[in-house]
Design a protein around this ligand. Structure first.
Ligand code: SF4
Length: 583
């Protein structure tokens, strides 16, 4: 597969073309999307300019092997003004695969709120003024009825947050999957693009069915019968709550400590026993890690209830639960439901609210800005009011909150305790220097870049010896290997199954020959291009540092030493510089 569909929203035109060379050089997924974005020279384009592109890209394993379920989105982030990259599961990859499309590039701007329906290589532009303003879940329900489609449809859409051009707006994909991070929802909103419906009718024939079937069966069997995916199938990512709490790695009250007194209430165990309604899976995944809880809310009188299914994962539990000191699962689910309907990135929202709470406590903001609301950790009622005010997007302070923690700290103060890296709100780990270094230097500033928290955990449990240089080495190595997994677009939860050896065999069964050395060269090339994009868009490695507050708190590995961190950042930076100037 190497077909790219380019849609120009301004002209309402579209064109599909093949580029075998691009796929041969960059595999697919993040590799191809990076090259496409690089060639579009976004450096002088505002993220909300009509020429600002959105790229969706899948890889050669999508639609073929189990758990190869991701679609990669690349764009210019309105949150950081730099490289925007977000990955989502669901059915989107399958619909693109069925449509015979490896990538979709969207540029331009619609003259009025609309959605686009892609069927194979055809695109319909449909007026959507009647659904503009609808929540993310309601939009999906409406379009499901409206757009019959063929094959397996995928519906991706924004909620009011994206319409308001919030740089922390997400794009919701099918049921409870998201392009959550870095503000793709705002970019879609800026294009008047409420939703995209994708379906296809193509079927692919395997040239070498026995070889494919052997690999498929091996992966499937490991997913179902080994322990590799057990955690995700059982409690899902919320299983992390108690182990992290035990090692003092669970961010609590805006990263003031790594231990939350109410952790047991928000644990995967408690959520499963008392609130779990259903588990679902991305297409072509036998694991089903997506956990939906039931939330009942009374209305009219005390015997009638509305029932919602709310997805819960570790990161939203941290961001809107422990880090805000909310220990009542029902209150947390209520907050998650508001965030889901609005279409915000749950993590950025939580980090921004926790900054606001500390800023209020320290007197940087007052009831004058908050319109009388008194922010204090643990007060779910107030947080819900704040979110509803943010949703109205009228008063200055609440409009500002829609722009994320970095923007707010710049305007109101409190940069030292605005826990973001490169402008992106922190993931939920207070495990030590490797987690934070990974967030700071990783191309997406995401925990999924290099999973430094896992190195911290290994050091805490004694399976890895602390060593500054080696830790930097391991972070870079992990990130570069993930460029390959993300070019194949496999779910990173399955990373232990998708070893390099299996990846090479999996590609071979599809007629793609790559050696270990080839993969290494491709991953370095992707890394270099991503950093080139970042630097040309203003990312300055010399200005990087951790939020000061992090030096004052106990991580799982104890307090961090500033001089050591400076040395490690310098070492990391010089390795990136070597990479950039390598021939
Ligand atoms: S493990 Fe979870 S996120 Fe990954 S593909 Fe399966 S259902 Fe989707």
């Amino acid at each position: 597969m190497s077909k790219i569909l380019h849609i120009d929203l301004s002209k309402k035109t579209f064109e599909a073309y093949e580029d075998h060379k691009l796929y041969d050089e960059y595999i697919g997924g993040t590799g191809v999307a990076t090259k496409l974005l690089y060639d579009m020279h976004i450096e002088n384009i505002h993220p909300y300019d009509e020429n600002s592109p959105i790229i969706f890209s899948i890889g050669p394993f999508n639609g073929i092997y189990p758990m190869a379920t991701k679609t990669i989105a690349m764009f210019k982030s309105p949150l950081t003004g730099n490289l925007g990259e977000s990955h989502a599961g669901g059915r989107l990859f399958m619909s693109m695969y069925d449509a015979g499309l490896s990538a979709i590039v969207i540029t331009g701007k619609l003259s009025e709120p609309s959605y686009i329906a892609i069927e194979d290589e055809n695109v319909h532009f449909v007026r959507a003024t009647s659904i503009w303003g609808q929540s993310a879940p309601a939009t999906e329900r409406i379009l499901r009825g409206q757009e019959a489609g063929v094959g397996k449809r995928s519906i991706i859409r924004i909620g009011p947050a994206g319409e308001h051009l919030s740089p922390m707006a997400a794009v919701t994909v099918d049921t409870a999957r998201h392009f959550g991070r870095l503000g793709l929802g705002g970019v879609m909103g800026s294009k008047n693009l409420k939703a995209i419906v994708i379906s296809g009718s193509k079927r692919r024939k395997m040239n070498n069915f026995p070889a494919f079937n052997k690999i498929y069966t091996e992966i499937y069997s490991k997913a179902v019968h080994s322990s590799a995916m057990k955690k995700y199938h059982n409690l899902g990512t919320p299983q992390n709550v108690l182990p992290l709490n035990k090692i003092n790695g669970l961010p609590t009250r805006n990263f003031s400590q790594g231990f939350f007194e109410g952790a047991k209430f928000l644990s995967g165990e408690n959520m499963a026993h008392n609130y779990l309604a259903q588990q679902i899976a991305c297409a072509n995944c036998p694991v089903g890690c997506i956990h939906l809880a039931v939330l009942r809310k009374p209305f009219q009188d005390d015997i009638h209830y509305k029932t919602f299914k709310v997805s819960y994962d570790y990161e939203p539990i941290y961001a809107l639960g422990t880090n805000l000191s909310i220990n009542d699962p029902e209150e947390l689910l209520d907050i998650l439901n508001i965030v889901e309907k609005a279409g915000w990135d749950a993590m950025e929202t939580g980090v921004t609210l926790s900054w606001a709470t500390e800023a209020f406590e320290k007197g940087l903001i007052s009831t004058k800005e908050t319109k009388g609301l008194i922010l204090n950790f643990g007060n779910a009622e107030v947080y819900k009011k704040v979110l509803l005010k943010m949703l109205e997007n009228k008063d200055e302070f609440f409009k500002d909150l829609n722009r994320g923690s970095a923007y707010c700290a710049n305007k109101y103060g409190g940069k030292s305790f605005a826990i973001n890296f490169g402008g992106l709100g922190s993931p939920g780990y207070i495990t030590g220097r490797d987690a934070f270094l990974g967030f700071l230097m990783g191309v997406r500033h995401s925990h999924l870049d290099s999973a430094g928290y896992s190195l911290d955990e290994q050091i805490v449990n004694g399976t890895l010896t602390p060593d500054e240089k080696k830790e930097v080495d391991l972070l870079i190595k992990e990130e570069e290997w993930r460029f390959i997994l993300n070019s194949l677009a496999v779910c990173l939860f399955a990373r232990k199954i998708y070893s390099e050896e299996l990846v090479i065999r999996g590609l071979k069964a599809l007629g793609i020959t790559k050696t270990s050395d080839d993969l290494l060269k491709i991953s370095k090339k992707i890394h270099r291009l991503k950093y080139k994009i970042k630097i040309s868009n203003g990312f300055d490695m010399n200005k990087l540092s951790f939020p000061e507050k992090l030096y004052t708190v106990q991580t799982s590995r104890g307090k961090m030493d500033k001089e050591t961190i400076k040395r490690m950042i310098k070492d990391y930076r010089s390795r990136i510089e070597n990479l950039l100037y390598a021939i």
